[in-house]
Structures are given as C-alpha cells and as structure tokens.
Design a protein around this ligand. Sequence first.
Ligand code: IPD
Length: 261
Amino acid sequence: MSQEQELGALAAEVAREAGELARTRRQQGVTLAATKSTLADIVTEADREVEALIRDRLLTARPHDGFLGEESGTAAGDSGITWVVDPIDGTVNYAYGIPAYNVSIAAVQGEPDPSRWEALAAAVHAPAVGETFTAARGHGAWLGGRRLEVTQETPAGALLATGFGYDPATHDGDLATVRRVMPIARDLRRMGSAALDLAYVAAGRLDGYFERGLAPWDLAAGALLVSEAGGIVTRVDTDSPRPLLIAGGPAVHARLTEILC
Ligand code: IPD
C-alpha cells in the first residue's frame, strides 16, 4: 500500500467514527455553542466534540503529523504531513436537521498553512446517508467499491452548485456571479456543504461547482476527490481575500473559467 493509500484509509476510518458521533449527537438534539463571523456562521457543541475526537485519533495514530482544524486551529508537526479537517461541513444543515452535512478530512504535504490545500489523501463521510467518498493521489476516487468519474457534460446541459459567504457584504458579489452563470447552464443548486458539492462533482451527480472565499478545510478533501475522478479544480484570485474555486469536468470547468475569470 502506498503512503497516500495508508493516509486515505486512516482518514476514512476516522471520518466514519467521527460521523457516527455527529449523527448520535444530532439525534440527542443540537446545542448551539456560538455564532462566529455572522448569524449564519454557527458552531455547535458537536462541531467541537467531533473535531476533538478526530484530532485525538489522527495524532494518536501519527503523533508527528501537523493539524489544521476549523474549530481548534493548528498544531505543528515534523513528519511533513498535516491533517486539514472540517468536523462538520454543512453546520447550518446539521443544526436544522437537513442530512447534507459531512465530516471532511484531508492529508496535505507540509506544515499547517492555510494556503496549502492540494491533498495527498482524503475522506468525505456523510453520516446521515451512510456514504464515504475517499481518494488517494494517483489511486483514484471511490465511493465504496465504485471508482468515481466526473461527467463529460457540456456547459449548456450542466447541473452546477455554488455556495455563498457568511458575510452579508459579500452577497452582492456572489449573486452577480450567479447571474453570470445561470444563463449558460441547465440549473444551479446551493446545498450548503462545500465538501459534498465537490464529492458530488466527483461522483457525477453534479457537473460543476464554483464558490468564492472557501477555507482550506472546506475544500481540501473534496478537491482531491474531483481531481482523482478526472476533473479539473483550480483556485484563482488567490491574492484576494476571497479566492474563487472552480471544479468540474473539462468543458464545464473551461466555460466557468471563461465567464468568471
Ligand atoms: C460552509 C459550507 C457552505 C459554504 C461555506 C462553508 P461550514 O462550511 O461548506 O456550503 O458555502 O462557504 O463555510 O461552515 O458548514 O463548515
């Protein structure tokens, strides 16, 4: 087994255990712990508890690795591998009982660094529907025993997804982007979970996805799923406060890049 596959197997095992904890806590009732940047940017007690479990399991298995988590921040390591973790991606869905949430775990090369998002291995586990998407660089993307492939859809026939930033000051810009994209595609979804949007592009359930301002824990695992499923993922405007992520099959990615960049 290659190092990438070993990291992927560990990510999947920990994501499943963490997902079970999230699902159980959901059944017991959600406690809002805090709002962060805005009213829509929430954190639940479960986000913190699930991240603590993930951090413990990963760093117990690999004590020299670094860690970069949405809720608990960074821990430096000296192995040259950092785990980039969103304990519950789609927290608003989770809080409202909508099943589109997931545990997202990626292993990236290097020390904790928010600008580093290209992963070696990844798992996105959606506990409410019992799906685990995994990828290891050079070894493909998988949903259980099924190897994933992005679609080869044309832009005009494409079902796309996007997301919006939490800061109301960004909404005009996001809506302007949506207005540019809607006329060239079949339809558009806003599911509220970036990692699942990307996993669904990898699985061919969506033809493309774009969003500005994503954090590394929102995108690192899902982006590897897309590229290992034969798709293209680019992050542009990286000097701006809200870089734009574009993912999809070749034709859809090219058209989105043409109209948004
Ligand atoms: C959010 C979700 C959402 C996306 C936001 C993310 P969170 O992550 O992925 O779909 O639009 O940009 O921050 O806060 O639920 O972990």
